[in-house]
Structure formats: structure tokens, C-alpha cells
Design a protein around this ligand. Structure first.
Ligand SMILES: O=C(O)CNC(=O)[C@H](CS)NC(=O)CCC(=O)C(=O)O
Length: 277
């Protein structure tokens, strides 16, 4: 089964990002992909909460979700919308960072709100406080697609291996990690973290990413690392998108999942370590 990762340089204008995203999805389907994945915050990358309040919509009103559901149905594909930034009923006005798995009928097969918020001081000059703008999710999500079981995660979640182990032990064969990684932490950690999660779980890891310099507001500019990646269950990098927007392809063979787990049976070991002394 052929999968495709769409790498984007989303702006802070959902109406502008939608046709770009649709064009990449159409070309991926044309090239035979039956499962197509887009990055975190496909609809809007912004450094301004004011701007987000102006352009973001609720899930019910969101134009990107409606249009991409229709496109999945038209093309008869499975689609992971890595995430959409959406308005919620949160009393503090925070958005959701919500990932959607869409089936070829155009229906939402599963959705997941990013659990781990990127509240990090990368350096003296670079701080992120995702939890100020987004309400974290509270539940992990495993979905049944026609080609296999998919565990949904987002970006900074990749640093929390227990989530991946739980999803894999529950039956996941493919784990999705749509991202908008920072350039500094991306260069240091991105590929290694993705490979580690694949090796530990014996799952395919599919990680479509945002890339490049995004729209600047009053001197504040988001930049992202790119390098959308697909990792095989043995930990091998199957594809790396580099830093330009575009589409990369991989052919998935889920028998590789059981083969990797037969070779290294660590996933289902349940040692009792007692308490550290
Ligand atoms: O801001 C939005 O609109 C959507 N959220 C994101 O892009 C988030 C928070 S800034 N990015 C990450 O989680 C990067 C993680 C990362 O770079 C790392 O773990 O090193």
C-alpha cells in the first residue's frame, strides 16, 4: 500500500493554505497513494493569538476540514489531516490542536487532540508556550483503517515514549507524528526520536512536517525544520523530504511489523523492576 507525506510551508491564512494542500493531495493520489498525510497545523501557522482568533473556526465551521473530507471522498483515499488549529468552547479561549483520520467515505474515522504541550525554553531567545494558546487533549486514540491500525499522535508527543508503547501494545501498526518542529531541536533530535519510537514499537512511523520560514507578525516569525520522514518498523529511514514543500512516497508492507517484533520481542515484555533503590 502506497502512502504519501505532504510537506507544507503553511502561512497564517487558511484560505490560502487550502488550495496548496489540495493540490499536493491530488498529485499524491494521482501517483497512486492510498493513504495521504499532512502536517501539524495544516490550516494555519501563526505566531499571533490575535491573528489566530481572527482566522480560525470551530470544527463545525472549518473550511479546511469540510473541503478535505470532500476531497478524500472524491479521490477514494484515506487522509490524515495532521492537525487543524480550531476554536473550542474552552473558557480561556484556547484552541484545539486536533488531528483527523478521514476515510474514503469522507467521514471522520477518528480524531485526536494533542496531549503534550510544547512549553519549552529552547534557548535564551527562543521560548514556546503552546499551553497558553491550546487546550491539551486528554485521551490517546487508536483507529482502525482498512489497511491497518493507526495510532494518532502530534509533534512534541514524540518525546513521550510511553504513549507510543501504549498505542503499539494496544495494536497499532502505524503511528502518525505530524509536526511543526523547531529548527534547533529538529536538527538535534527529530530523526533520532522518530527512529527510536519505530525501533521500540516495531511500528511504521509516518511524520509529515511543516518546513521553512512562515508568516512574520511584528518581528515574530515561526520557522520549522521540515524533513518529513517515514521510518520502517526496523528503524530504517525510508524517505526524508528535505526542506522544500512537496510530497514523498513510501510503500508500506505490514508484514514488516510482525517481522521486526519477532526479531526483537521487547514490545510485549512486562518486567517488574520493583522500586529503584
Ligand atoms: O503553534 C501551533 O500553532 C501548533 N503547535 C506547534 O507548532 C507546536 C508548539 S509551538 N510545536 C511543537 O510541538 C514542536 C516540538 C518541537 O520542536 C520539539 O519537541 O523539539
Amino acid at each position: 500500500m502506497r502512502a504519501a507525506l505532504v510537506q507544507l510551508n503553511s502561512s497564517d491564512d487558511p484560505a490560502e493554505n487550502l488550495p496548496t494542500t489540495q493540490a499536493f493531495i491530488a498529485s499524491a493520489a494521482e501517483n497512486g497513494a492510498r493513504f495521504i498525510l499532512t502536517p501539524e497545523v495544516t490550516n494555519c501557522v501563526s505566531a499571533s493569538r490575535t491573528r489566530q482568533s481572527q482566522v480560525l473556526q470551530t470544527e463545525q465551521a472549518d473550511i479546511t476540514l469540510a473541503a478535505l473530507r470532500q476531497q478524500a471522498a472524491d479521490l477514494n483515499i484515506w487522509l490524515l489531516i495532521g492537525s487543524l488549529a480550531l476554536k473550542t468552547d474552552d473558557p480561556d479561549g484556547r484552541f484545539a490542536n486536533r488531528s483527523f483520520l478521514i476515510g474514503p467515505d469522507g467521514a471522520v474515522a477518528a480524531w485526536y487532540d494533542k496531549i503534550h504541550m510544547f512549553d519549552v525554553q529552547v534557548s535564551a531567545k527562543e521560548t514556546y508556550r503552546e499551553s497558553a494558546g491550546y487546550r491539551p487533549g486528554t485521551r490517546s486514540v487508536l483507529a482502525q483503517a482498512e489497511f491497518g491500525k493507526v495510532g494518532l499522535t502530534v509533534c512534541y508527543d514524540v518525546r513521550f515514549p510511553h504513549l507510543y508503547r501504549q498505542l503499539a501494545q494496544a495494536g497499532a501498526q502505524i503511528l502518525t507524528v505530524p509536526s511543526a518542529f523547531s529548527p534547533v531541536t529538529g536538527a538535534a533530535h527529530w530523526g533520532v526520536l522518530l527512529r527510536a519510537r519505530a525501533i521500540e514499537t516495531g511500528c511504521y512511523i509516518l511524520a509529515p512536517a511543516q518546513t521553512g520560514a512562515h508568516h512574520a507578525v511584528r518581528g515574530k516569525q515561526r520557522k520549522t525544520y521540515g524533513h518529513s520522514m517515514a521510518i520502517g518498523p526496523w528503524g530504517d529511514v525510508l524517505a526524508d523530504a528535505g526542506t522544500e514543500p512537496g510530497v514523498i512516497y513510501i510503500d508500506l508492507d505490514l508484514s514488516e511489523v510482525s517481522q521486526a517484533r519477532q526479531r526483537i520481542p521487547s514490545l510485549f515484555a512486562t518486567p517488574d523492576y520493583g522500586n529503584p533503590k
